[in-house]
Design a protein around this ligand. Structure first.
Ligand SMILES: [Fe+2]
Length: 340
């Protein structure tokens, strides 16, 4: 399933991709100002967000991907040529990411910027600013290069089937999608087999104004839209085995917190742990602040990470999160389990 979302101010399209069986999702090019809207949809649809995917470092808006990572644990994906440090997955040309039964294939398409990447999924191409509907991205900043853009579009996008749906990062005239076949024929910049030199001359003479937000957006986007990087606090990957060590000889005033649902907790949990299901942690913040150290676990680590960052934002810095494992690992290790 694809949901096309729109930010009116920057005319940016954000796309939510969902595998309707697994409920796993990915968000392409999320916009800071639309964070609440996007999180509401993700929560309402019960989506486990695996990735936020950027087509390039945008010059016209600030991304919300860093904030979304803090809220959901979704990993940030960028093309490898972006060189951005604060991301989780840098994809090479033709590298694939799994999303339920789908494969999202990265296609490196330098030109609009040197770091542009398009993503192909199941008959659709999310073309960023590389290929727009009856247009293409400008090439006069961020290492843009019209000759590279020509090659990227003609050699890497126009070879996709004519029926391939083109979902761009922007449209300023209310158009929502196109196809490769339409753009090959009708794109005024390089459709109808326009020659490379004529495209380069055209692009070098556009004389456009700079985007309003460029001075803010480019530096902000190279730090994925946030200054707070929660991974700073996850110095090493704290595991259920580490938690077991703590549990055997707990230091004074330590809490082990299980933030799964009441039902999951009842089926088996770390003995002596306390169940504070995800989403209710803020109601307990005053009690939690009383502890010297709080350890949070769940099933896979994803919910623990979410609570970890939520509490972090409310000023708690004495939390340790088991971020990549959880109760099944505890059980598998043969450690004692309590039920009630
Ligand atoms: Fe752009």
């Amino acid at each position: 399933m694809v949901k096309q979302l729109f930010d009116r101010e920057s005319c940016t399209y954000t796309y939510l991709l969902v595998d309707s069986n697994t409920r796993e999702g990915a968000l392409i090019d999320p916009v800071r100002e639309q964070l609440e809207r996007d999180m509401q949809i993700i929560n309402e649809l019960g989506i486990e967000l695996l990735y936020t995917i950027e087509t390039h470092p945008h010059a016209d808006h600030v991304t919300s991907s860093g904030k979304i990572r803090q809220m959901t644990g979704a990993r940030i994906v960028f093309g490898e040529s972006s060189g951005i440090q604060a991301i989780d997955i840098s994809v090479a040309d033709q590298q694939e990411l799994s999303l339920g039964k789908y494969q999202i294939r990265a296609i490196a398409t330098p030109g609009h910027t040197s770091a542009c990447t398009c993503y192909y999924v199941d008959g659709m191409v999310f073309s960023g600013d590389t290929l727009l509907i009856r247009g293409c991205g400008r090439t006069d900043f961020q290492d843009g290069d019209p000759s590279n853009l020509y090659d990227s579009i003609t050699q890497k996008l126009f070879i996709l089937g004519d029926e391939t749906i083109v979902y761009p990062a922007h449209d300023y005239q209310g158009r929502t999608w196109s196809t490769i076949g339409e753009e090959k024929k009708w794109n005024p910049r390089l459709g109808n087999s326009r020659e490379k030199q004529s495209f380069v001359d055209l692009m070098n003479n556009l004389n456009l104004d700079l985007p309003k937000k460029i001075n803010e957006a480019v530096p902000a986007n190279t730090s994925v839209g946030v200054n707070f990087d929660p991974r700073r606090y996850l110095l090493h990957d704290f595991t259920m085995d580490d938690l077991h060590e703590i549990w055997r000889e707990p230091p004074n005033n330590t809490l082990i917190m299980d933030n799964r649902t009441v039902e999951e907790f009842a089926k088996g949990h770390v003995p002596g742990s306390r169940n504070i299901p995800l989403g209710t942690e803020s109601e307990h913040i005053d009690e939690l602040k009383e502890f010297e150290q709080v350890y949070i676990y769940c099933r896979s680590g994803r919910r623990a990470q979410t609570t970890f960052t939520n509490l972090g934002f409310q000023g708690m810095d004495h939390i340790t999160c088991i971020s990549h494992s959880g109760m099944p690992n505890w059980i598998k290790a043969g450690y004692p389990v309590e039920t009630k």
